[in-house]
Design a protein around this ligand. Structure first.
Ligand SMILES: [Zn+2]
Length: 374
């Protein structure tokens, strides 16, 4: 082996050893769709862009294709395709910085090359318009996860923030879970009603994730998970991604969360096409773009991670910031660039380097590999 080749190999090995840091829920693609922002620029507001991802050390974010539940049926599919197109615009504009990852091997290769691996996820089962063919095409479009509900029930699953209608998952809802298992898409149980969660855990043959939920024992809101749910998630091999948003971390902010749920979920205009998109843009400008100061702090995030680790063990906890989908951020963790402060706080709290690696990405990488099969 020549000296040059040897040096190149050493470099490759060093690059391969690069940490994979995963945030399992980021809502920034709606900014690309609605505001047409360029993510390669450091944006003056919001929580996430490519420079801030790099500053925060995050090289494998899950980008949500979130469509409000007032998009119904084929309108929800149309909106999902618009978001998928927005994601493609980012990928096409900056192939030197970000690439799509559709399995764990691709994710590791992209991260090792120093780029950001984009993982795509659909946020709300209503987005398949009750049709498994739509789900299968989403998979073909590189989407590798789906949250079973958003803020409201859909036709086959109950949401944690709506009145129970189906007693959890319907027979079709269980079929959706099994089809996601077969395709290699992670079943995401954030947002679902407790009964839907237990039904999903029973129906799935693969680990699931709660991509952006925190602990109900510390902040009693329905979007968070009870200790029993966290235990069941661990038995399933799944991972909970602690949410940094309003009310998730600190019960003093629960009012702000309730307000967000009410304003985005409960008005349902009878609009379609461009008129509906204009309505969504106006809602977005009003609700999302603010970054208010709440009561929660970086220490609250550490407390939730601590609690989840105590209940589930070190292999089942991660982070799912919900950045650019939340209006109140924790002091000390105001955007994705601040993530090293969380790492430092965890280390100070007694977590080993190995533990921190698991929480900041290793655990979600394991689930991604088990579900995508590569
Ligand atoms: Zn959400």
């Amino acid at each position: 082996m020549g000296r040059l080749l040897g040096a190149a190999l050493l470099l490759a090995v060093a690059a391969g050893a690069q940490n994979v840091v995963i945030d399992s829920h980021i809502d920034t693609l709606q900014r690309v769709l609605i505001e047409n922002v360029d993510l390669a620029r450091r944006l003056p507001n919001g929580h996430v862009d490519l420079p801030r991802l790099r500053q925060g050390g995050v090289n494998a974010p899950f980008f949500a294709l979130w469509c409000p539940t007032y998009y119904k049926g084929s309108e929800a599919v149309r909106r999902t395709l618009q978001l998928r197109d927005a994601a493609q615009r980012v990928l096409d504009a900056h192939p030197d910085q970000i690439q799509l990852a559709t399995n764990a091997a691709e994710l590791e290769r992209i991260a090792a090359s120093g780029k950001i691996a984009m993982i795509l996820t659909v946020e709300g089962g209503h987005q398949i318009a009750d049709d498994l063919a739509v789900l299968r095409v989403y998979h073909r479009l590189g989407i590798r996860s789906m949250t079973l509900t958003h803020f409201r029930n859909n036709n086959w699953a109950d949401s944690s923030t709506d009145q129970p209608r189906h007693n959890g998952l319907t027979a079709f809802g269980k079929q959706v879970v099994r089809e996601m298992n077969r395709l290699g898409m992670i079943v995401d149980v954030s947002h679902v009603a407790d009964k839907t969660f237990y039904d999903a855990i029973e129906a799935t043959s693969k680990p699931v994730m709660a991509s952006h939920s925190s602990c109900r024992a510390l902040s009693d809101v329905p979007r968070n998970m009870t200790d029993d749910m966290i235990r069941a998630l661990a038995r399933n091999g799944g991972v909970i991604g602690v949410n940094f948003g309003e009310g998730f971390l600190n019960p003093k902010d629960a009012g702000a969360l309730k307000q967000a749920i009410t304003s985005t979920a409960y008005q349902e205009p009878a609009l379609t096409g461009k008129a509906l998109d204009d309505y969504a843009a106006a809602q977005y400008a009003r609700d999302i773009l603010g970054s208010k100061k709440g009561f929660s702090t970086l220490d609250d995030a550490v407390a939730h991670i601590d609690h989840a680790v105590k209940i589930a063990g070190m292999d089942h906890v991660g982070i799912g910031s919900d950045f650019d989908g939340i209006s109140t951020v924790p002091a000390g963790l105001e955007d994705i660039s601040k993530l090293p402060a969380l790492t430092a706080a965890l280390r100070k709290h007694g977590y080993s380097e190995q533990d921190v690696k698991k929480i900041l990405g290793g655990n979600f990488l394991r689930v991604f590999r088990e579900v995508t099969g590569k």
